[in-house]
Design a protein around this ligand. Sequence first.
Ligand SMILES: O=C(O)CCC(=O)C(=O)O
Ligand SMILES: [Fe+2]
Length: 280
Amino acid sequence: MMKTYTEITADPNAIVQDLLHGAGAVKITGLFSDQQIADARAIVMQHSEHDSEKVTHFQGAAEEASRINLQRRVWNLLAKGEVFSDMAAHPVMMDILRKFLGTEFIMGSIAANRILPGGPGQEPHVDYPYWDFHSPESHPVGLNGSFPMNAQVSVILDPFTAESGATGYLPGSQKELRYPTPEDKFFDHCEQMTGEPGDVVLFYGVTWHCAMPNRSDHDRSAILIQYLPKWVKPMEDMPAALPQSFIDAASPEIRQLIGLNYPYPEVLDAAKAGNTEGRA
Ligand SMILES: O=C(O)CCC(=O)C(=O)O
Ligand SMILES: [Fe+2]
């Protein structure tokens, strides 16, 4: 069972322990105002009303393919409203993530997942950069979950209930880095990350999880933010997708998050002698 923290009680060290050795997920309340949630939700709804062809993933069984247009993504949210920069760089989250992923961590993606009434759930999975861990041989030998290369944040925009398809997850499954198999009977054992609009769930992405089917009569949207250590290749190419005016005006935190502080890969032949501070 995941623990709940408030903005005031959030102790980064305790949360890091919960992510690594406890349930693998925590809920934090009180980070966002009703206005911020309403703004974010309106933008997500507007951008997903007629645009269901965007890439999505973990789409579930073939028989659900006909309903896949009921699960909709909105990518590159930093470009779509200032509220998403406030969400990405919330100081309470930044503090926890510095402890979990190292002080110079980055953001790999900020997108919305909207599941309309009747929309299908996903297959249980682990998240990027482990999401092809069904082929462990494509990763370095001995890789395990003892140190994190991912943290996931869901900012909940609609009531997340058992009925509406709150994210399902198996507490403790982050302790062994592997994909769930049919024998694990994920759906018999999973709990759900239920919450109210404005609640935040922070989880370690090697925890088995998936969106569940939306059997309610209302939309079920969340902002999904992926954070990574500085040296993991991000999933969304944010510097390429954002206008130059956004980059010029970005705060130090947003510059860090979109990867502008970490120079590699770099053409080192062209690097100026005076520029080599910190390199071997
Ligand atoms: O929307 C959700 O509940 C979870 C989505 C998810 O896990 C994913 O797309 O990787
Ligand atoms: Fe996921």
